[in-house]
Design a protein around this ligand. Structure first.
Ligand SMILES: NC(=O)c1ccc[n+]([C@@H]2O[C@H](COP(=O)([O-])OP(=O)(O)OC[C@H]3O[C@@H](n4cnc5c(N)ncnc54)[C@H](OP(=O)(O)O)[C@@H]3O)[C@@H](O)[C@H]2O)c1
Length: 251
């Protein structure tokens, strides 16, 4: 298949599987060149091969590691000459339980991985390309950052910070760079397995649209926000939730 060449380049963090992989796939399909990251080298290599090694490179590392952030951006610049789009997708949720018992060291780690990683990557792509040439940033937040959710408070706090980071960067990086976020509800990935495994029909029944999300539900919106079609949208958080927030009314 001959793929159209858009001339644009994206960096998608945490993209060896799940939502990040689906976003990378959508960007490659429309003709972008893409640099993907993840911790596991083998999985990353497999993802690059599946996406097409002629258009995709992988840079392994931990998202919060500043040296890795710099390396990923430098390698994308070296391979493709530009970084128009940054998708901050890598995230973690290592703890379930009440806030009263939350280990503060774990909370710090969640903040570092989910929030400071996104800021660090944004600093790097801004300086390397976007400040002088424009582009867009898409942050993958969560509905847990918009309202309270049982047992994932530390994660929710970090995703709420990501929503504010989105507004902050949208303001600071305008007019060159638009910055938006996506807040998904439960999407069927390895990350979210504990939230639905063994009870998917029951979990899906709560959603007005009658099903849980799949990575492709998020990928199309991310590709749109990282495109000129979204040229007058910045600072926004797009909730993609199968309608579950519609249940929040009283009565
Ligand atoms: N699935 C959901 O229901 C849901 C809902 C709302 C928001 N989100 C958000 O969506 C994003 C993607 O989640 P997902 O569901 O697609 O998860 P996933 O299927 O587990 O995929 C996570 C990806 O990120 C990589 N990764 C994980 N931790 C990393 C780190 N510290 N540094 C670099 N790469 C890392 C993983 O590869 P390695 O393990 O090899 O590093 C993998 O490629 C996260 O930010 C998550 O908070 C997910």
């Amino acid at each position: 298949m001959t793929v159209h060449d858009s001339g644009k380049v994206a960096l998608v963090t945490g993209a060896s599987r799940g939502i990040g992989y689906a976003i990378a796939e959508a960007l490659v399909a429309r003709g972008d060149r893409v640099c993907i990251t993840g911790r596991g080298e083998e999985a990353l290599k497999e993802a690059v091969d599946k996406l097409g090694a002629d258009r995709v490179i992988g840079v392994a590392g931990k998202a919060h590691d500043v040296a890795h952030q710099a390396d990923a951006v430098a390698r994308a610049m070296e391979a493709f000459g530009r970084v128009d789009y940054l998708v901050n997708n890598a995230g973690t949720n290592p703890v379930f339980g009440p806030m009263a018992d939350l280990d503060l060291d774990v909370a710090r780690k969640v903040y570092e991985t989910n929030v400071l990683s996104a800021l660090g990557f944004a600093q790097q792509t801004w300086k390397a390309w976007q400040k002088d040439n424009g582009g867009a940033i898409v942050n993958i937040a969560s509905v847990a950052g918009i309202s309270a959710s049982p047992f994932i408070g530390a994660y929710g706090m970090s995703k709420a910070a990501m929503v504010n980071l989105t507004q902050q960067l949208a303001h600071e990086f305008a007019p060159q760079v638009r910055v938006n976020a996506i807040a998904p509800a439960v999407v069927k990935t390895k990350f979210a397995t504990a939230l639905y495994e063994g009870r998917e029909a029951e979990a899906a029944a709560a959603y007005p649209l009658g099903r849980l999300g799949v990575p492709e539900d998020i990928a199309g919106a991310a590709a749109f926000l990282a495109s000129d079609q979204a040229g007058w949208i910045t600072g926004q958080t797009l909730v993609i939730d199968g309608g579950i927030f519609l249940n929040a009314g009283v009565g």
